[in-house]
Design a binder for this molecule. Structure first.
Ligand SMILES: *[C@@H]1O[C@H](CO)[C@@H](O)[C@H](O)[C@H]1NC(C)=O
Ligand SMILES: *[C@@H]1O[C@H](CO)[C@@H](O)[C@H](O)[C@H]1NC(C)=O
Ligand SMILES: *[C@@H]1O[C@H](CO)[C@@H](O)[C@H](O)[C@H]1NC(C)=O
Ligand SMILES: *[C@@H]1O[C@H](CO)[C@@H](O)[C@H](O)[C@H]1NC(C)=O
Ligand SMILES: *[C@@H]1O[C@H](CO)[C@@H](O)[C@H](O)[C@H]1NC(C)=O
Ligand SMILES: *[C@@H]1O[C@H](CO)[C@@H](O)[C@H](O)[C@H]1NC(C)=O
Length: 452
């Protein structure tokens, strides 16, 4: 009971303390904050004293048992009683220790706070969570900008903070390198470096005041609809970060190595890519036309393909007058520029980022990117986000979700059930060839966001 009380008062004091810390850097507020801090210390000392005193006087055994030497069973009873009293006393002492512990922790934080008020040693919070004080272009890119008078009510703040991934603070050294460039000049050739930061969770990256270099021999894209199936000329991208230096190389790599590459064959628009989603294979391979047929004609108009490789899903949907945005990551190849050159919309985004769409706006979301490599927490948030952006009656096409047999019913079905989709189609099948021995599965599902 005492501990509960202490906790309540502790959190109140912590709030006072936090309030005091917030104002600590404003000299005008200093004196009153100091007063609050001293009150906090005083109340703590009093509570330590009171709690110890109260417990000791209330809880110590009232009287020592008298010893009956002539009666062995009475003796045993007495022994038992003494033992019980001892145990109670021990528990009392442990409780008191815990209370002292809490109080001394609080005192420590109060003293640390006092130090900060006096400016003894700057706490890390002084840099808004950055390990070192941000300087130069980095500082300019992340610092808040004052709004004109009269806008604060509309924005709910009088300062505007630039968009920036919170995790960027964890990688300040690399982040500072990313923000080292000649303002108004040419950007460093650092696409791959920027992507590494994004993949670590430093997303979104801040904006920069520089111009990325254009390819030396840029060629305009082919006109629609031919562009949908045209491999762009080799000269249209800067190749420095990639092992394969042109599209010809990427196409040949897919042809030569097949399975070893993550997006196998996907640059080869004349090959397997051309046949994808055209026919229902009776298993987890659904066809686009089969999926569209599950909705009233013409009601699937806008959508998203998460991790859409070179954009072929969006290309096929465009041929059916559906506008699909394709999220890409330029890992190992310039997927974004390839998708764009086909006349489709690439969106450079990792799986951990909140989808940049308002609630309830998309008719369809498709993905082949999800599988059991995605950490469970990330997956669940991603699925809820898909649910969020879909309109009522919109469909989520989970395409070839890969996992192991026991994971399917043990982990992933429960997650999907939690999200709240309604199953329109569900096809789980054991992976053939090597996968069969390892109990590997593919699941494809057509899931509807309920109308209500
Ligand atoms: C002493 O306590 C134990 C259990 O705590 C009990 O089993 C035993 O009967 C007690 N002895 C007497 C004499 O009360
Ligand atoms: C006191 O706090 C420390 C660290 O905060 C903890 O390791 C220790 O177990 C606590 N002791 C008691 C008695 O609660
Ligand atoms: C800035 O520009 C100068 C001169 O053009 C160049 O030598 C230098 O490498 C550039 N610095 C960065 C960080 O790009
Ligand atoms: C494409 O790149 C490869 C190496 O990646 C090179 O051998 C080849 O000559 C290049 N082809 C063209 C047309 O630039
Ligand atoms: C797509 O829209 C165009 C122009 O409105 C129309 O001519 C064409 O038939 C439509 N295609 C499909 C597959 O609905
Ligand atoms: C999952 O559960 C369903 C029915 O509850 C069952 O038919 C199916 O075989 C299970 N799948 C796996 C891979 O264990």
């Amino acid at each position: 009971m005492h501990t509960t009380k202490l906790r309540v008062s502790t959190s109140q004091q912590q709030q006072q303390l936090d309030a005091a810390m917030d104002g600590a850097h404003r000299p005008a507020a200093r004196r009153s904050k100091m007063r609050i801090l001293l009150v906090v210390i005083a109340t703590n000392l009093v509570s330590v004293y009171l709690f110890s005193g109260a417990s000791l006087s209330l809880r110590l055994p009232a009287s020592a048992p008298s010893i009956h030497l002539w009666d062995s069973s009475a003796l045993l009873r007495d022994l038992n009683a003494t033992r019980a009293a001892l145990a109670t006393a021990r528990a009392e002492i442990a409780g008191l220790r815990a209370q002292c512990n809490t109080s001394s922790l609080l005192l420590e934080s109060v003293l640390a706070g006092l130090g900060a008020v006096h400016g003894d040693k700057p706490a890390a919070e002084d840099f808004n969570g950055w390990p070192e004080e941000p300087t130069g272009e980095l500082r300019f890119a992340i610092e808040p900008h004052r709004l004109p008078l009269g806008f604060s009510a509309k924005f709910g703040t009088d300062e505007l903070y630039p968009g920036l991934g919170f995790a960027c603070r964890n990688f300040q050294e690399e982040f500072a390198q990313y923000m080292t460039y000649n303002a108004s000049g040419e950007c460093p050739d650092d696409d791959a470096f920027a992507l590494q930061l994004m993949l670590k969770g430093c997303e979104p990256l801040p904006r920069r005041r520089c111009r990325p270099r254009s390819p030396a021999r840029y060629v305009e894209p082919a006109p629609l609809p031919g562009s949908l199936w045209t491999i762009p000329p080799d000269a249209t991208v800067n190749w420095s970060p990639y092992t394969c230096k042109n599209y010809t190389c990427l196409v040949n790599r897919a042809r030569a190595r097949g399975g070893s590459y993550e997006c196998k064959d996907c640059f080869d628009l004349a090959g397997k890519e051309r046949r994808r989603w055209l026919t229902d294979n009776g298993g987890p391979g659904f066809s686009i036309d089969g999926v569209l047929a599950s909705r009233r004609p013409g009601t699937v108009r806008v959508g998203l393909d998460i991790g859409g490789g070179t954009g072929t899903f969006a290309a096929r949907m465009r041929e059916r007058n559906v506008t699909v945005v394709t999220t890409t990551l330029d890992m190992d190849a310039p997927f974004s520029r390839f998708v764009a050159s086909r006349g489709l919309v690439p969106l450079h985004l990792t799986l951990t980022q909140r989808l940049p769409f308002a609630d309830g706006v998309l008719d369809i979301v498709h993905t082949m990117q999800l599988s059991n490599w995605v950490p469970g927490g990330v997956l669940e948030f991603a699925l809820f986000d898909v649910y969020r952006v879909l309109r009522p009656g919109g469909v989520f096409w989970l395409d070839h979700f890969f996992c192991l047999g026991p994971q399917l019913n043990g982990t992933y079905v429960p997650i999907l059930d939690r999200v709240g989709f309604r199953r329109l189609r569900w096809k789980a099948s054991r992976k053939l060839d090597l996968g069969a021995e390892r109990n590997e599965w593919y699941v494809s599902a057509l899931l509807e966001k309920p109308m209500t």
